[in-house]
Design a protein around this ligand. Structure first.
Ligand code: G6Q
Length: 548
């Protein structure tokens, strides 16, 4: 077994952390006026300032050596070549092909995948144009006013995040909603106020067997038939996105109304495929293709740029620096953009489902931390809730700030204040406030000496808290595509360094299986053998509640 943690690059980084930990970021800035320029990158409409990290040029050199030792170059080539890098599921990972607007050749088992992709894209264009222009009508001849996408996990989080991010590009006469939770509240509250005659359901499921999605889809069909009283209505009000044609047909959706994708598209990497149909419906196919173009720009950058100038590689290695050498467990994502409100949730799945693994590709247990806990919410709200802990708590929490320079809304003074807050947070995390500075502030405020002595320790901020500032001009479809692809590739690079399969999700599969067993036990007099006493008691309690 050869774990990356047993190699020389790892040992060098471990030793280096104790050198770096002694440095103060504010001194590094004072000593080097070029620090920001030295540690900034520009690509695909994104500017990444990573100068407010606990790094020197030596740190970056050592991190690059780690990537080389992990054979990053060759893994990237395997990904591009269509090798089965998802080894536990025996699948290629080709989501880059879905946004391949250049002339790169992508193959799966020796067969070109681009013709299939182009054909689905053109069907998506025809369909979304028809719906948006009122050529696709409901069963009673009325225009579609609402699209309800039913899907969960990878079949929902990406499109939901992107539709919200691109809300300024949406029309208000065609609303797009997302239902994922099997909790009836989600479906019922979404349908409340919608008109079945003008509602179109997109049932999105790679397998078309996921309990939540199929249950919600069945209830949605009943709701539709209740009002329209005609099975023929299903063909005008239900379309499917799936890899499983037979299950779609068995559900009762005409396979002509199915948009196909393929098993080499992982759920959490699928928004670029037909899973993105709700995005195309919401903002139009031209803009969906701009989203693809932005991601393609980032793919090319990831493939072509030297590691030192390669945004995903740099961000991935910085994450590893804190996760594996700085003892940090989490990573905060703070977009200063209300419409990016679902980005942290979306990235939770991309990152944690991909790299939340405890064994290497060979099945050996790792002896280091893998994927961090990803969390966050938009600023400025975050400042009024958990930022206290990032500033003055005991934990090291690397933070990504995402900052658009321009807003889609020109409302006097708002954006200046938003940007000022974002910059101030990053600056404060970096600089902190020393005891002398805290004392001087209190003295300037005429606080008496005894009170100052009591308060100083509470008003000290250690600073030295790392952050990346990801700046974009404005959140356009193209910029959003590049931003998402940046994180996808970051996660890939980290997975390569940790030696894990970033593309399987056996934990998710376990959840699907266990819920089925318990559901069956609700209908039995006694629980299945082997059920623990806690679960059995909870099952009994639930049985009693439903019998009342
Ligand atoms: C994503 C995961 C998971 C999946 C959902 C929905 O990478 O595999 O989140 O997307 O479980 O699965 P279906 O699309 O098959 O319904």
């Amino acid at each position: 077994m050869s774990l990356i943690s047993h190699g020389p690059a790892w040992a060098a980084l471990q030793a280096h952390w104790s050198d770096i930990d002694r440095l103060r970021m504010r001194d590094l800035f004072d000593d080097d006026p070029e620090r920001c320029a030295r540690f900034s990158l520009e690509a695909c409409g994104l500017h990444v300032d990573y100068s407010k990290n606990l790094i020197t040029a030596e740190t970056m050199r050592l991190l690059m050596a780690l990537a080389r030792e992990a054979d990053l170059d060759s893994w990237r080539n395997r990904l591009l070549r269509g090798d089965k890098v998802n080894n536990t599921e025996g699948r290629a990972v080709l989501h880059m092909a879905l946004r391949n607007l250049g002339n790169r050749r992508y193959e799966e088992d020796g067969e070109e995948v681009m013709p299939g992709i182009r054909s689905v894209l053109s069907r998506m264009r025809a369909f979304s144009d028809d719906v948006r222009h009122g050529r696709w009508l409901g069963h009673t001849g009325r225009r579609i006013s609402d699209v309800v996408s039913i899907g969960i996990g990878g079949s929902s989080l990406g499109p939901k995040m992107a539709c919200e991010a691109l809300r300024p590009y949406q029309r208000n006469d065609l609303r797009v909603h997302f239902v994922s939770n099997i909790d009836a509240a989600h479906l019922m509250q979404t349908l409340d106020g919608l008109d079945p005659a003008t509602t179109l359901f997109v049932i999105a499921s790679k397998t078309f067997t996921t309990q939540e999605t199929i249950t919600n889809a069945e209830s949605a069909r009943a709701w539709c038939l209740d009002a329209l009283h005609d099975e023929a209505a299903i063909a005008r009000h239900f379309v499917a996105v799936s890899t499983n044609r037979d299950a779609v047909a068995a559900f009762g959706i005409d396979p002509h109304n199915m948009f196909e994708f393929w098993d080499w598209v992982g759920g959490r990497y699928s928004l670029w495929s037909a899973i993105g149909l709700p995005i195309a419906l919401a903002v139009g196919m031209d803009r969906f293709e701009e989203l693809l173009a932005g991601a393609h720009d980032m793919d090319e950058h990831f493939v072509e740029a030297a590691p030192e100038h390669n945004m995903p590689i740099v961000l991935a290695l910085l994450g590893i620096w804190y996760n594996n050498f700085g003892g940090s467990d989490t990573q905060a994502i703070i977009p200063y953009d209300q419409n990016l409100q679902y980005l942290p949730t979306y990235l939770q799945q991309v990152d944690m489902e991909s790299n939340g693994k405890r064994v290497t590709r060979d099945g050996d247990a790792v002896d280091y931390a893998t994927g961090p806990v990803i969390w966050g919410q938009p600023g400025t709200d975050a400042q009024h809730s958990f930022f206290q802990l990032i500033h003055q708590g005991t934990r090291l929490i690397p933070t990504d700030f995402i900052l658009p320079l321009a807003s889609h809304h020109d409302l006097g003074g708002h954006h200046d204040k938003l940007v000022a807050n974002c910059l101030a947070q990053a600056q404060a995390l970096m600089r902190g406030r020393t005891a002398d500075e805290a004392r001087a502030e209190l003295e300037a405020g005429d606080v008496d000496a005894g009170r100052i002595a009591e308060l100083v320790a509470h008003r000290v901020f250690p600073g030295n808290r790392p952050s990346n500032m990801i700046v974009v001009d404005r959140v356009t479809p193209r910029v959003l595509g590049a931003l998402i692809a940046l994180y996808e590739h970051k996660v890939f690079v980290q997975g390569v360094v940790w030696g894990v399969d970033s593309f399987d999700q056996w934990g998710v599969e376990l959840g699907k299986q266990l819920a089925g067993n318990i559901l069956a036990d609700f209908r039995r007099i006694t629980c299945s053998p082997g059920v623990d006493s806690s679960t059995a008691s909870l099952i009994r309690r639930y049985r009693m509640a439903i019998d009342e």
